[in-house]
Design a protein around this ligand. Structure first.
Ligand code: C5P
Length: 230
C-alpha cells in the first residue's frame, strides 16, 4: 500500500475479525484503510493494532475544547495513523491545538483533516443552528478557517471538491467520501460521484465503503475502482 494510491476503503464495522479480513482483501488496491468511530469505540487501540501494517485513516471527527482535542490527538499518536479528523466548527484554537499535537509526532506525523459541514445537514438544518449561509458558503468559510489554523486538508463531498480546489489551491489535501461506482446502490448517500469524476474534480483521495465491503468479492470491487482512477 502507498499513499500514492488514491483509494481509501472505509472498514465500517464493530467486528474486528471482519475488518481484518476486509483489510487483507482490499490492501493491494488501496492507499489507506479508514477506521471510524464505531470500530474504535468497540475495539480501541487493541483493535486498531489488529489492522496494523496498513496506513490508517482514523476518522474520529474530534470536537471539544482545544486542550481536550490536543490530548485526544496525542493519545492516538502511538498508533501512527496517517490521517486524523476533527470538526472545523470547533474553531481556530481547537484546530491549531490539533495541528500542534500532531506535529509533536515528528516527520511521520498524521495529517489533520477538517470536516466542515456534515453532508447530512441541509439548508434548513443550518438555519435551525443559527447559520444564515448556504451550505456551500459555510463549507468554504469553515474550510478556509481550518486551513489557516493549520489543518492539512478537508473532508468534503463530491459536490464541494471542485469549488474547494479552486478556492484553496493545489496543496490542500481533499479527501472525498460519497463515492459510488457506476451502477452501485447509493444507499444513504444522496449526492454522489463516480471515483473517476471525483478525482477529475480535484480529490486527492476518495473514500469508498459499502460498494466494496458489501460486494460479493470485495477484492475485485476494490481492484475495479482502483483501475478506474489509475
Ligand atoms: O459506505 P460508504 O461508501 O457510504 O462510506 C463512506 C464513508 O465515509 C463512511 O465511513 C462515512 O462515515 C464517511 N463519510 C461520509 N460522508 C461524509 C463524511 C464521511 O460518508 N460527509
Amino acid at each position: 500500500m502507498s499513499l500514492d494510491q488514491k483509494l481509501i476503503v472505509a472498514l465500517d464495522t464493530v467486528d474486528a475479525d471482519r475488518a481484518r479480513s476486509w483489510a487483507a482483501a482490499v490492501s493491494p488496491h488501496a492507499g489507506l484503510l479508514k477506521l471510524g468511530l464505531e470500530f474504535f469505540l468497540a475495539n480501541g487501540a487493541a483493535g486498531f493494532a489488529r489492522i496494523a501494517g496498513a496506513p490508517i485513516f482514523l476518522d474520529l471527527k474530534l470536537h471539544d475544547i482545544p486542550n481536550t482535542v490536543a490530548g485526544g490527538v496525542r493519545a492516538v499518536l502511538h498508533l501512527r495513523p496517517k490521517m486524523l479528523t476533527i470538526h472545523a466548527s470547533g474553531g481556530s484554537a481547537m484546530i491549531q491545538a490539533a495541528h500542534q499535537a500532531a506535529v509533536s509526532a515528528g516527520p511521520d506525523r498524521p495529517m489533520i483533516l477538517a470536516v466542515t459541514v456534515l453532508t447530512s445537514l441541509d439548508q434548513n438544518d443550518l438555519h435551525a443552528l443559527g447559520v444564515n449561509a448556504t451550505p456551500a458558503e459555510q463549507v468554504l468559510r469553515l474550510g478556509r478557517l481550518a486551513i489557516e489554523a493549520g489543518a492539512d486538508g478537508l473532508v468534503c463531498s463530491p459536490l464541494e471538491v471542485a469549488m474547494l480546489r479552486e478556492a484553496l489551491g493545489p496543496t490542500v489535501k481533499l479527501v472525498v467520501p460519497g463515492i459510488r461506482p457506476t451502477g452501485s446502490a447509493t444507499g444513504d448517500q444522496a449526492r454522489t460521484m463516480t471515483p473517476a469524476q471525483a478525482v477529475a474534480a480535484g480529490a486527492d483521495w476518495i473514500v469508498v465503503g459499502r460498494p466494496i465491503t458489501g460486494a460479493a468479492d470485495p477484492a475485485a470491487a476494490a481492484a475495479d475502482i482502483a483501475a478506474s482512477i489509475r
